[in-house]
Design a protein around this ligand. Structure first.
Ligand code: BGC
Length: 434
């Protein structure tokens, strides 16, 4: 069965965002930001204070860093050498789930079990040394509120985590208790931060003129340095970093696939922006559109963003690899023209995602510039979609120049790979600086 040409064109159009619409979305994002700065309840974003500004780049000393943001826990011992230099002395990592063995993220697991597991990893990174004093920075990448650099309290689990007894609690308190149970009370957590904030700190430590940090991966979120906020409980320079939790931004134009996916999702109405752009969801939208083209609307194929990436990377004459993936996941042998259309659909969904993410970056660049000039700056990004997904990075760059015109020459995106660990060590150093 060949796809219906008209229907195919219509679906592509639904996933296409033209220049004017993109401009509107960037303007809406900025408006939402400004409302939130006035009164956070007016914004669709959470706009959480991080209690850190930028590092000076001269932070020095040995710190522990815990990266807790997904199913893989990583702990590092990091030596900050100042001048933007650092060395990773030791690193350990282990998943929170090993199917058939253990699962610390299910609703049957308790906070004690989860944090005892984490404390064990911390103990491994300090080689069981229970004498030396260690300060630890904790990248905890879930929406949390805090009123100082230590006390982030989990509002709600995201990313399918369901462990009991953590929502509503201060993550560092749970960690401190677990470290004590293990006899490692000499490790003192002194800072907690979102992964976007960690990426920004890490990039700014090495590269001056970086004010925006973002994760573009399974999940999506961005933070930026807001110059107008100064708080006696904060550390660092230039104002305060706000973790936008912009995955929840909702003032955009979802198409019928976005709406339908959201309605059937675990948390309808939540994380609307994340559901249009992040790796966790692009495969779902892709599958829904293919089902429609095949006349089996509603059927689920379990297509992922990795499948999309592999389909797009197939540049062979016969698109054999793409065809095999479609066969394996969709259970249909498509003719060449339809495989090419599926590839085009994947591209269109990724390009939309990249353009939307770029629009949010532009809103932040505008916000920081105010009525002044757009200064030379970098936007630090980490995550698999940014790093590996075909068409993502180049379409961010294209959209930046579409939206910023000549000023785009002053703004670029840079990859900050693994900033979650380094950023946590820098935050710990900043917290111990006075
Ligand atoms: C979380 C954010 C996090 C982002 C990227 C989202 O689901 O709400 O806190 O920064 O994922 O990891």
């Amino acid at each position: 069965m060949a796809f219906n040409e008209e229907q195919f064109k219509e679906i592509l159009a639904e996933f296409t965002i033209g220049g004017e619409r993109l401009h509107e979305i960037a303007a809406n994002f900025r408006q939402d930001l400004r409302l939130g700065l006035r009164d956070v309840t007016l914004s669709s974003m959470r706009m959480l204070k991080s209690y850190v500004g930028l590092p000076s780049g001269n932070e020095k000393g040995d710190y522990l860093a815990l990266d807790f943001g997904g199913t893989n826990i990583r702990v590092f011992r990091i030596r900050l050498e100042g001048g933007g230099k650092y060395e990773i002395i030791k690193r350990v990592g282990r998943p929170l789930i090993v199917p058939g063995e253990y699962n610390y993220i299910s609703k049957d697991a308790t906070a004690e079990q989860m944090f005892d597991f984490i404390a064990e990893l911390v103990d491994e990174v300090i080689d069981g040394d229970h004498q030396t004093k260690y300060y630890l920075g904790h990248t905890f990448s879930f929406p949390s509120t805090q009123d100082n650099i230590y006390n982030a309290r989990l509002i709600i689990w995201t990313k399918e985590f369901a462990t009991q007894g953590v929502e509503g609690e201060i993550a560092n308190d749970l960690l401190v208790a677990a470290l004590k149970r293990r006899g490692a009370g000499n490790v003192e957590p002194v800072a907690v931060l979102n992964d976007t904030v960690a990426v920004l700190l890490s990039a700014a430590y090495k590269t001056p003129d970086t004010f925006i940090g973002s994760i573009y991966a399974t999940g999506h979120n961005t933070c930026y340095l807001e110059p107008s906020i100064h708080d006696p409980n904060g550390f660092g320079e230039g104002g305060m970093i706000l973790n936008l939790e912009c995955g929840n931004f909702s003032k955009l134009a979802p198409n019928r696939f976005d709406k339908e996916y959201d309605e059937g999702s675990e948390k309808p109405g939540e994380q609307r922006f994340e559901k249009m752009v992040s790796g966790r969801y692009m495969g779902e939208l892709f599958g829904m559109a293919i089902a429609e083209l095949l006349g089996e609307k509603g059927k689920q194929y379990n297509l992922t963003s990795v499948d999309m990436s592999m389909i797009m990377l197939d540049d062979s004459e016969k698109l054999t690899k793409a065809s095999d993936i479609i066969m394996a996941k969709v259970g249909r042998e498509l003719d060449f023209d339809d495989v090419a259309k599926v590839k085009k659909l994947a591209e269109t969904i990724v390009i939309r995602s990249a353009r939307l993410v770029a629009a949010s970056f532009v809103a932040l660049v505008w916000q920081r510039a105010g009525k002044g000039k757009i200064v030379k700056q970098h936007v630090a990004v980490d995550g698999s979609v940014y790093e590996k997904m075909p068409h993502a990075k180049e379409n961010i760059t294209k959209a930046l120049s579409e939206l910023l015109g000549e000023d785009a020459a002053n703004v670029d995106t840079i990859l900050d790979n693994g900033g979650s660990g380094l950023g946590a060590a820098i935050a710990a150093a900043m917290a111990k600086s006075n």
